[in-house]
Design a protein around this ligand. Structure first.
Ligand code: FES
Ligand SMILES: [Fe+2]
Length: 350
C-alpha cells in the first residue's frame, strides 16, 4: 500500500461536476462522497455509512444533509448524524469523516490530512490568473490506470514528447537537448532551451511569427503532485536564458493536478492558460482538444508502464533523463516520512 502525503490539497472533481446529486470518488485509498449544500458550497464526506458501510453516494441529498439509501441514517455537512429514522435515539458513534473543500479555478480541492492544518493559501497560485490579458481553458480530467508517480515522472520528463507526441509537441531537439534540473523548496524543475528550430506541429499555428523559433520547455512539479508546464516561443535569436518578452513572444502554461486514487489508479486533471487571442473560443476549444488527445497518448504509455514495472521479472535500467523524477521522488518520500513521524509522535503522546 502506498504512502501518500496527506496534509495537502488534491483535486477531487471538476467544480461543474459537483452538484446536488452525490458523486463518489476515491482519493488516497479513501472513499469520498461530494455534493453541494443549498448555498452552493462543495461538501466532502466519507462515503461509507457507519451502519453497514453502504456508500452514502448511493443515498440522497436532502437539504444540507445526505441520507443513507439503506436505512436512512442522515448526516449533516460536518459528518454528524442528525437523524436515525428507524429508532428514537441517534447512535452515539454514528459519524462520518468530513474533509475541508475549496473550489478554485473550476476545480474542487479536498484537504486529505488533518483538518486543523488545512490552509487555503497552499492551493497552487496560478500566475496571471486574475490578469485580463490571459485566459484559461475549462478544466478537464481523465482516470488513468497507473500509480500516480508514473504520471509525476512523466511531467518531469520533456524527452518523452519526441516519441509519444510525434504529431503535436515533438520537434527538433526534444530527443536529446540536455536538461537543467533544479531542486526547489516546493519541488523540482527540469528545463531547457532549444534554439533556432522549427516550432512543433501543435504550436506552429499558435505562434505569431514565421520561421524558426527559440523554445523553452519548463517542466516543474510541486509537492505532492502538481505539475506546471510552461512553453515559451520567440523568433530565433531572441530566446535563451534571461530573455525579455517582446511583441512576438508566445507563452503558454498548463497546470496538471495528479490525484492518487489507490496504488493502481489516478485521476488526472488539467487546465491551460495563455496570453494570446484570449477571446478566440474556437482556439480555446482546439487547444483543449489537442491537450486531451496528447494526454490520451500519455495514458496509453503510462498504463502499460505501470503493468510492465509491476509485473516485471527482470531488472529495469535507469537513464540520465530520470534525474528530475528521481529527485522529486526522493523529496516527496522525505516529506511523507516526516509527516508520518510527526503523526506517530502525536499519536504516542495521546
Ligand atoms: S447502511 Fe446506512 S443506515 Fe444501514
Ligand atoms: Fe506527455
Amino acid at each position: 500500500m502506498s504512502d501518500y502525503l496527506r496534509n495537502a490539497w488534491y483535486v477531487a472533481a471538476l467544480s461543474r461536476d459537483v452538484n446536488r446529486l452525490p458523486v463518489a470518488r476515491r482519493l488516497l485509498g479513501e472513499p469520498l462522497v461530494l455534493f453541494r449544500s443549498t448555498d452552493g458550497r462543495a461538501i466532502a464526506l466519507e462515503d461509507a455509512c457507519p451502519h453497514r458501510k453502504l456508500p452514502l453516494s448511493m443515498g440522497r441529498v436532502q437539504g444540507d444533509a445526505i441520507e443513507c439509501g439503506y436505512h436512512g441514517l442522515t448526516f449533516d455537512c460536518t459528518g454528524r448524524c442528525i437523524n436515525a429514522a428507524t429508532q428514537d435515539r441517534i447512535p452515539p458513534y454514528a459519524q462520518v469523516r468530513s474533509y475541508p473543500v475549496r473550489d478554485r479555478y473550476g476545480l474542487t480541492f479536498v484537504w486529505m490530512g488533518d483538518p486543523a492544518m488545512a490552509d487555503e493559501s497552499t492551493i497552487l497560485d496560478i500566475e496571471h490568473h486574475d490578469d485580463p490579458a490571459w485566459t484559461i481553458t475549462q478544466g478537464d480530467f481523465m482516470p488513468v490506470r497507473c500509480h500516480y508517480l508514473w504520471l509525476v515522472d512523466n511531467l518531469l520528463d520533456p524527452s518523452h514528447v519526441a516519441w509519444v507526441h510525434t504529431t503535436s509537441f515533438a520537434g527538433a531537439g526534444t530527443d536529446r537537448t540536455p536538461l537543467i534540473v533544479e531542486d526547489q523548496s516546493s519541488g523540482v524543475l527540469c528545463s531547457r532551451w532549444m534554439l533556432d528550430q522549427p516550432p512543433p506541429p501543435f504550436y506552429a499555428p499558435l505562434v505569431r511569427f514565421a520561421g524558426n523559433a527559440d523554445r523553452l520547455q519548463h517542466y516543474e512539479m510541486r509537492y505532492p503532485s502538481v505539475g506546471i508546464n510552461k512553453g515559451i516561443y520567440t523568433p530565433a535569436g531572441l530566446g535563451g536564458p534571461g530573455m525579455q518578452d517582446g511583441p512576438l513572444t508566445y507563452r503558454m502554461a498548463s497546470y496538471h493536478f495528479i490525484t492518487p486514487v489507490d496504488d493502481d489508479n489516478t485521476l488526472y486533471f488539467w487546465l491551460q492558460h495563455r496570453n494570446t487571442d484570449i477571446h478566440d473560443q474556437e482556439l480555446t476549444r482546439r487547444i483543449a482538444a489537442g491537450a486531451r488527445a496528447a494526454f490520451e497518448e500519455d495514458r496509453a504509455i503510462l498504463e502499460a508502464v505501470h503493468l510492465g514495472m509491476k509485473n516485471s521479472t527482470t531488472r529495469s535500467t535507469g537513464l540520465l533523463l530520470d534525474a528530475g523524477a528521481n529527485r522529486f521522488r526522493k523529496g516527496l518520500s522525505e516529506r511523507i516520512a516526516r509527516e508520518r513521524a510527526i503523526h506517530q509522535a502525536g499519536s504516542a503522546s495521546l
